[in-house]
Design a protein around this ligand. Sequence first.
Ligand code: PXP
Length: 245
Amino acid sequence: MASLGINIDHIATLRQARRTVEPDPVQYALLAELGGADGITAHLREDRRHIQDRDIELLRATLRSRLNLEMAATEEMVSIALRVMPDMVTLVPEQRQEVTTEGGLDVLANLEALRRDVDRLQEGGVPVSLFVDAELPQLEASRRCGARWVELHTGCYAAARGPRQVRELARLSSGCRIAAALGLRVNAGHGLTYRNVEPVAGLPHMEELNIGHTVIARSVAVGLTQAVRELKALIQNPRSDPLFG
Ligand code: PXP
C-alpha cells in the first residue's frame, strides 16, 4: 500500500504573500501528521519564494513522520541537506520563472554532476530520490547515478484526459516495473488530485505519493487534518479502475 507525503509549500506561499508569520507551515505539518500523513515534503527553492531555511530546521526538530527535502542539485542545497539531515532528499530541476516544477530531471544529460551530489548526500547518510519522467533512459541513468529512489513525474498523467490519460497511466505503470527491476524504489507525484490519485496509488511497487496543491486547496473548506484523512483513505483503498467510472 502506498504511503502519503504531504507537500506543505503552499502554506508557506500564503505566508510569504504578506511576509508575515502566518500561516506557519510547521504548525500545519503537524496537523497533516494528525490526519495520517506518513511524511512531509518541503521544497527549499533557491529564491526562497515559499519555504524558508527556518522552516526546514523546525520541521526537522518537530516532525514525528519523515522529512523529505525537495531541492535543486546545487552546492548550497547539498550543504544545507547535510547539516539538517532530512530522511530523504528529492532532487528536482529548478527554474526561477516556473510556477511549479515543470518536468523531470534530465539525469542522462547531467549524469556526472548528479552522481557527485548523490554520492555526497548518500555518503553523508541522506538517501536520495531523483524526480524523473517514467522513461527507460532516465531510469537507467538514475540507477547509474547511484540514487536509491526515483519519484516518477505524474504531471502528464494528471493533465491528460480520456484515452490519453489511460496511456499515461500505462507509461507510469511500466516505469514502476522498470525502476523496480533496476533495483530502484519508487515514489510519484505532481498534479495528483482526489479525482485522479487512485489508479496511481494502485500501481505496482508504488511506495509513496507526494501531494500538495489539491490537499491544501481542500483544507480551505474542511481543515488540513480532515483533508489529509480523506486523501489517505483513497490511497489506502484505491478503486481498481476509476478513470472512466
Ligand atoms: N513532487 C515534486 C517533485 C514536486 O515538485 C511537487 C510540487 O512541488 C509535488 C510532488 C507536489 O505537486 P502538487 O502540488 O501538484 O501535488
